[in-house]
Design a protein around this ligand. Sequence first.
Ligand SMILES: [Zn+2]
Length: 289
Amino acid sequence: MSFAFRASARTLAKAAPTASPIRQLTASIQKRTMHVQSIPMWTGSHDNYAYVVIDEKTKDAMVVDPANPPEVLPVLKELVDSGKINFKGIINTHHHRDHAGGNAELLGQYPGIPVIGGKDCDKVTTTPKHNETFPIGEGIQVRAIHTPCHTQDSICFYMEDGAERVVFTGDTLFIAGCGRFFEGTAEEMHEALSRLSKLPKETKVYPGHEYTKSNIKFGRSVIDTVWMQKLEKFCDENAETQGKFTIEDELRHNVFMKVEEPEIKQVTGKTDKIEVMQTLRDMKNSFKG
Ligand SMILES: [Zn+2]
């Protein structure tokens, strides 16, 4: 079997320079079919994001964390009524009201749609297992990454099509920060961020809140690098940072993903990575930027 595979791979490689249909096929497989539309939910004191993820080929779409219906429903309604999307479901990153609190009202408008999320989310119909996958339309493959800590039901959703890779991280990973350990431990947050750090480096990060400006202020108070200075400059010039940074960027400018680095150990006065994580979180909780 493996010999046959090697032989056919050799044949393909030999044939490739003259076999343009193969190259055309590869190009069409890699073509982007995923579109992410952000819905900032910024009325009052809120700073959350909902996201509509659309498979452009079939127009099938799901909405991530549509917590505030007065801001989400008009956008959804316009997309559905104009035929731009087929609304196929709600995805929740965790059960907190500022993420899953809009489910009942959306179901009132769109009865019977599935609610995919952690076990404690309001009206949840499906909780995927760790690493379980499901599609959106024909082009997008979604993988659930369990990241218990901020809440025990926290799930990050990694999505890819031919060429595009994104991850919706709720309140687990923020740009340059991480969520509070409300229902978990420093060890669990370290494991959660380790899981995310193993995603393809070019994966774009879409967090649940716009906290980047204060996160980078805290980060620079811990260690100051050119990567952090670059991010702060970006925040000075842009109100929104979601989808603008990758997992590779997070490994550079997010102190919570650098708990094994000597400089951070020195600042926290700890040597064990879990104790470094806990100390960083305590420092952030009392940080007055
Ligand atoms: Zn939360």
